[in-house]
Design a protein. Structure first.
Length: 184
């Protein structure tokens, strides 16, 4: 009869693992620690360094972005009634008129040249103001500036008086209007 407990050697093939020696066991343990650590380091480097621009491309640099985002213009709100700061004749002359009248460019009479200003002063303040407001010869209207008529009139008086004239400072538009409406 047969013994229920067979003492014959078993086929150990399906019960054995791939590691057969202690050297293979050490290699598997070391690999099981090193492979995940290397994978984690590579993922951190990939995520941490962000976008890398192409060689020679500065389009995404901070300076290029700031240049594209800078404002292209400004808005200046002015009082249409002229209630803002009124510049003096000298300020208007320095800001706009001096470009030509200081050096006598394009036939403009120089500031302080009494001989050049004498015939113009003889025409009177209204003729000088009309030329300044509407332009004459190479001079654009208002000398190319953006001043109120009152400021241009103050500049005309300043320039004419420097050339030997004895003109009075023009009255402010609000003061002139209130003086005209006041009863005598």
């Amino acid at each position: 009869m047969s013994d229920p407990h067979d003492t014959a050697p078993h086929d150990d093939g399906p019960h054995e693992g791939p590691i057969k020696t202690p050297k293979q066991l050490i290699a598997a343990v070391v690999a099981s620690f090193l492979v995940p650590i290397v994978a984690i380091i590579l993922l951190v480097n990939y995520v941490d360094f962000g976008s890398k621009p192409s060689a020679g491309s500065e389009g995404l640099g901070p300076e290029a972005v700031a240049l594209r985002l800078q404002p292209i213009g400004t808005v200046e709100i002015r009082d249409a009634a002229g209630g803002g700061v009124v510049r003096t004749g000298e300020q208007v002359y320095t800001g706009q008129c001096a470009a030509c009248h200081a050096a006598g460019l394009a036939g403009a009479p120089k500031l302080g040249d009494a001989a050049a200003w004498a015939p113009r002063l003889g025409a009177g303040f209204d003729a000088l103001l009309n030329s300044a407001l509407k332009g004459k010869g190479a001079m654009a209207a208002q000398g190319g500036g953006e001043f109120s008529d009152h400021e241009v009139a103050r500049a005309v008086v300043y320039i004419a008086n420097q050339g030997g004239g004895k003109l009075e400072e023009p009255k402010a538009p609000a003061a002139a209007a209130s003086a005209a409406s006041a009863p005598n």
